[in-house]
Design a protein around this ligand. Sequence first.
Ligand code: 13P
Ligand code: SF4
Length: 356
Amino acid sequence: PASNPGLVERARKAKEALGDRLFVLGHHYQRDEVIQFADVTGDSFKLAQQAAARPEAEYIVFCGVHFMAESADILTGDAQKVILPDLAAGCSMADMATFDQVEECWDALEDAGLAGEVIPVTYMNSSADIKAFCGRNGGAVCTSSNARRALDWAFEQGGKVLFLPDQHLGRNTAVLEMGMSLDDCVVWNPHRPGGGLTREQLERARMILWRGHCSVHGRFTADSVDDVRARIPGVNVLVHPECRHEVVLKADHVGSTEHIIRTLEAAPAGSSWAIGTELNLVKRLAQRFPDKNVSFLDRTVCYCSTMNRIDLPHLVWALESLVLASEDTPVVNRITVDDDTAHWARVALDRMLALP
Ligand code: 13P
Ligand code: SF4
């Protein structure tokens, strides 16, 4: 499909027909065949900021995953319709924290007399009802580009943080950026009674990390770093903070997707870089910087399978449905969040957007 000129032409024509009524957002992990049609590309923070940037656009086609489209719906007006070209584009990490599981954890913290001092902070990569849970309970959302600032804010509000759902981002930020020790962190396992933790462990902890992870970044290991250093002398290892702690410890640099891109933009010609993040982005960076030696951190390929579900046929189908939409023919794949959930999720998102 990537080289299917018929589909490329159809996408181009549909975009042209929709003009300013359409705004296409594309996450950096999207395929080339899709990203070429994005009006704005970004990491999840930049896309959340951008979602509301075009209030005159009736349709926001979100080339990314479900939780991002939900956030866009929450941050935009009722008149704007957010479309996800394939409803199966979810996120395995977001699915690791369900509302019922989080409520169960919160009840247990209340029973232990701790809920009053715990501030819930959820990574953007979570469903709207988890964001709403945080909004209702005095907490906030964060992304990989502002986790440190969100945690600083949270620790000004209370003595402990419940960090959802990515244990690695939570641990890496607390230990490597905020100087906490590994002993300050405990992991709440939603599949074990009481999270698998004793009351003493909960009382001692500063960071209660949810037992979730990214199936893409979780595949990099400490061996991947040793291996690439042996293969490429002088290589700089640059990884995303969703990677495991031992990987980040061995890396030279860590940062969000936007940070990775900016680091490569500033890197000198001739330098070598091994990047620990999603493969569509790494391949695009290698093409964009032919004067730098950019490679993937691991020998095995590692796309995000759900990001990849948004392909050119799905994009064309979604765009053409918008061209044809009328009162009798509703748009396809609209993502909506109910008013109460949207209200409280917005409270948590606004706390993030207001961070200094
Ligand atoms: P960022 O866009 O915040 O870098 O997050 C990466 C990711 O996994 C998105 O799904
Ligand atoms: Fe989810 Fe990881 Fe894919 Fe991002 S890269 S959408 S966190 S599975």
